[in-house]
Design a binder for this molecule. Structure first.
Ligand code: 5GP
Ligand code: ZN
Length: 111
């Protein structure tokens, strides 16, 4: 997707503060953090949202989910963390490349 911002970050065409990457995912800091730690976990393949997921993506999704506690620990979030996936305009999604928000830190407010 040539017009997708997160695809451009994956391709290195747009800079991002990356904290982790492997053959399936890239993780970087949100440019407008809502907490002391605010990471975005994205798949390398372009999927617009949860609506695009098919059974063939189950392993990828499992990989993304299982990565979260590891990333949280690496960021010093020993007390826990919050994950959010916004889906569609009604869910507050702005960037239409699937991403998991990982948030945490002392300034994390309740809903
Ligand atoms: P959404 O509302 O789609 O779930 O969240 C999109 C997130 O992407 C927002 O938290 C926003 O701050 C973040 N974001 C938007 N543009 C950029 C960018 O160019 N770089 C980074 N690192 N984050 C971005
Ligand atoms: Zn994309």
């Amino acid at each position: 997707m040539s017009d997708c911002l997160f695809c451009k970050i994956i391709a290195g065409e747009v800079p991002a503060d990356k904290v982790y990457e492997d053959e399936r995912v890239v993780v970087f800091k949100d440019i407008n953090p809502k907490a002391r730690v605010h990471l975005l976990v994205i798949p390398r393949i372009h999927l617009a949202s949860l609506e695009d997921l098919e059974p063939e993506h189950d392993e990828l999704v499992g990989h993304m989910i299982r990565l979260l506690p590891k990333l949280a620990r690496e960021q010093g979030l020993e007390q826990g963390f919050r994950t959010i996936i916004n889906t569609g305009k009604g869910g507050g999604q702005i960037i239409f490349h699937l991403h998991i928000h990982l948030l945490g830190g002392p300034d994390l407010r309740g809903f």
